[in-house]
Design a protein around this ligand. Structure first.
Ligand code: NAD
Length: 375
């Protein structure tokens, strides 16, 4: 395929930027878009046509691959339609808001034999790739524990975005599935999940209904653990991932961007993103007064920051390359075989159940609910 012709479902903040990047590539084109609010405007910007439905877009003869960047709750239908039309799919995170939906999407795409890639952006951060390579070469020994923290504070909003409504976005845990996905990509799928928390400080006008404080413990079999914190009820913002091994540790700082390996006789620092400029840009945004600490949400009126545009380039150039015949990389296999997405959503569902029922939940009870041994 000389040129991959894309259809984009959802051209708001993120889908439009993906579209702009794809339209700028000589080996790609955006031919059709569908978005009930922003479709016509964006189609005019990139010289595409606006379809009135996802069904029309997926069936179009001049669409080879579909990007799904509609709100989180609206991913399943276009992914299934694309698969049934034999089109490859790139789907934004979180792929779905339930294991059931996610498994159905993976099943449809694999039955159709089409590429189905999850937009889990952290996998394409240069520093995360370097950290995983160091872990794979044994630089920190066996990984015993990971800690991820993505905490900030949110002030009342003039208009409450769908991103703040639990039913539409999944709340902090699903909407910010990145850290959970990253930890599972290092430690494997969690076996037992526990979550406490709730909406502790953001009720009433100007707020959605998502839980603003989520405190998570994951167990990965004997002697392997992770903890994660998410939310917008933390006045002291923090955003980092710490990986602790038997020989050393790696800290990935997403707030004061940069990464650090510490092991006896070996210390190394490296960038979080591709260039110092991208790291500096991210640092400046976190320090800016208009954001709520580590809790950042895109807005359709704005363009994503430099570092995020860099990741869009990385992941869509990988997806386009594979469609054009490039060999897939083992490093990204879990993003294109459905396993990273289903493992992340399964664990998120187990955590949701844990919070609701005040108990530890085996992740296997979500993925194989009829197996009595899994409960
Ligand atoms: N990977 C990342 O870092 C990252 C960053 C931002 C957003 N995202 C993901 O991208 C997706 C879109 O987020 P966003 O920030 O662009 O939100 P947004 O609200 O800016 O845009 C969503 C767009 O979808 C349109 N839409 C609503 N219902 C639709 C439907 N049924 N079919 C088609 N379009 C529909 C809306 O009109 C809007 O233009 C979400 O899944 C989000 O999680 C990922």
């Amino acid at each position: 395929m000389d040129q991959v012709r894309y259809g984009i479902v959802g051209t708001g903040y993120f889908g439009a930027e993906i579209g702009r990047y794809l339209a700028s590539r000589p080996d790609a084109a955006v031919t059709v878009v569908h978005d009930p609010d922003n479709g016509e405007r964006f189609a005019a910007e990139v010289g595409a046509r606006a379809a009135t439905s996802a069904e029309e877009l997926c069936a179009a003869a001049d669409v080879d691959a579909v990007v799904v960047a509609s709100p989180n709750w609206a991913h399943r239908e276009p992914v299934v339609l694309a698969a049934r039309s034999g089109k490859a799919v790139f789907c934004e995170k979180p792929i779905a808001l339930s294991y059931e939906d996610c498994a159905a999407m993976v099943e449809e795409t694999s039955r159709a034999g089409v590429l189905f890639m999850a937009g889990h952006v952290m996998n394409f951060m240069a520093g995360v790739r370097r950290a995983k390579a160091l872990i794979a070469e044994g630089a920190i020994g066996e990984v015993l524990f990971c800690r991820a923290v993505r905490n900030g504070w949110e002030d009342p909003q003039g208009a409450v975005s769908w991103k703040k409504r639990r039913e539409l976005s999944g709340g902090h845990l699903y909407h910010h599935i990145h850290e959970l996905d990253l930890i599972q990509s290092i430690m494997g799928p969690a076996q037992v999940a526990t979550m406490v928390g709730g909406n502790v400080a953001h009720r009433g006008e100007g707020f959605g209904d998502e839980d603003d404080m989520l405190l998570i413990t994951l167990e990965f079999g004997p002697d392997r653990f992770a903890t994660l914190e998410y939310g917008s009820a933390f006045r002291w913002p923090e955003h980092h991932v710490l990986v602790q091994g038997t020989l050393g540790a790696i800290r990935i700082d997403l707030q004061d961007p940069g990464c650090e390996l510490r092991a006896p006789g070996r210390e190394e620092t490296f960038l979080l993103h591709r260039t110092q400029q991208e790291d500096d840009d991210r640092r400046a945004i976190y320090r800016g007064s208009e954001t709520d600490g580590a809790v950042m949400y895109g807005n359709p009126e704005r363009r994503p920051p430099l570092w995020l545009r860099g990741i869009i380039e990385e992941e869509l150039s990988y997806f386009t390359g594979v469609l054009r015949g490039a060999a897939p990389l083992a490093e990204f296999a879990a993003l294109t075989d459905g396993s990273a997405a289903t493992a992340a959503i399964a664990t998120a569902d187990a955590l949701t159940l844990s919070l609701r029922e005040s108990r530890k939940v085996r992740v296997a009870s979500v993925t194989t609910p009829l197996d009595p041994a899994a409960v």
